[in-house]
Ligand binder design. Structure first.
Ligand code: NDP
Length: 288
């Protein structure tokens, strides 16, 4: 029987564990983990993401502080805000919702966040730590994918893993985590010559492309574990919105050993891991 990896359930379990941990931190150490979320501009998708992150914080007992800046905000204004939050004792995590308006240099803002508060794990210091195998804050989506993989595979050593996509947010850190788990890792991208052939060799396939149902069922190695990061919005014939992943789920299901659905797979794990990183940052900052 194929395992459908229930990301919503795993994320729910993590949230419960965190809520209990935060209660203890508050009672024993007087520390309430705090997350500052910065949103620049009016992008509707970003507004939804930010709202969901704040709700998730409240549900586990993390204080959330929202900072909304207009699209016209300057780079200097953003630097000032980040610098203030870097020095704010109540703030343990800082999240700058991406994308930023085009007149702001994203990489410079990311680099301005104190690495100990970089709960997205995008700061060059945390990227370097991940690739050197040192403890640091690990990007949320790949962290969530690893937890889901470990739900169904107890020993990853020597397995062939293919990551399709090489973004800084998902693909690259995902490949690092799989390498740390002793997989034999390949990263594919838009210039890869024989993607179906690469997929067919993969015991673990992580798809992070952003193209609806791009990975076909007959590309899946029989018995593979398939993690679908993609979130693509399609219109159905009756004009409704439908979310699909980067993998043709129905066809891949026929061959996989385990597979994540979209929605309800990786998505809920990303937010759960953001909360995890915030708690971790609060612990690190307070030497717990
Ligand atoms: P990016 O657009 O930054 O990266 C996409 C990657 O896919 C690139 O490396 C690109 O290659 C590769 N790619 C594009 N076309 C092909 C192709 N034909 N064959 C092979 N590789 C290809 O996207 P992200 O990494 O940010 O996100 C990927 C997907 O994951 C999106 O659907 C996004 O919405 C979703 N996502 C979901 C999250 C969640 O919580 N579930 C969180 C983050 C993202 P190249 O580098 O050569 O251009």
């Amino acid at each position: 029987m194929v395992n459908i990896i229930d990301g919503s359930a795993v994320a729910g379990r993590l949230r419960e564990e965190m809520a209990a941990e935060i209660k203890v931190m508050k009672a024993q150490n007087g520390i309430a983990p705090g997350l500052a979320v910065i949103l620049v501009g009016e992008d509707p998708a970003s507004q939804v993401y930010v709202r969901n992150k704040e709700k998730a914080c409240e549900a586990v007992g993390i204080a959330s502080f929202e900072y909304r800046l207009p699209t016209s905000a300057t780079q200097a204004e953003l630097f000032d805000l980040v610098s203030r939050l870097n020095n704010d004792k109540l703030v343990h995590g800082i999240l700058v919702q991406l994308p930023l308006p085009s007149h702001i240099k994203e990489s410079e803002i990311i680099a301005a966040v104190d690495p100990v508060k970089d709960v997205d794990g995008f700061h060059p210091v945390n990227v370097g730590k991940l690739s050197s195998g040192l403890p640091g804050l690990v990007p949320c989506t790949p962290q969530g994918c690893m937890i889901l993989i470990k739900e169904v595979l107890s020993d990853l050593r020597g397995l062939r893993a293919l990551v399709v996509g090489r973004s800084n947010i998902v693909g690259k850190p995902m490949a690092q985590l799989l390498l740390q788990a002793d997989c034999t890792v390949t990263t594919a991208h838009s210039k890869t010559r024989d993607l179906p052939g690469e997929c067919l060799q993969a015991d673990i396939l992580v798809a992070a492309i952003g193209k609806p149902e791009f990975i076909k069922g007959d590309w899946i190695k029989p018995g593979a574990t398939v993690i679908d990061v993609g979130i693509n919005r399609l219109k159905t014939e009756d004009g409704k919105n439908k979310l699909v992943g980067d993998v043709d789920f129905a066809a891949a299901y026929e061959r996989a050993f385990a597979i994540t659905p979209v929605p309800g797979g990786v998505g809920p794990m990303t937010i759960a891991c953001l909360l995890r990183n915030t708690v971790q940052a609060a612990r690190n900052i307070n030497g717990l």
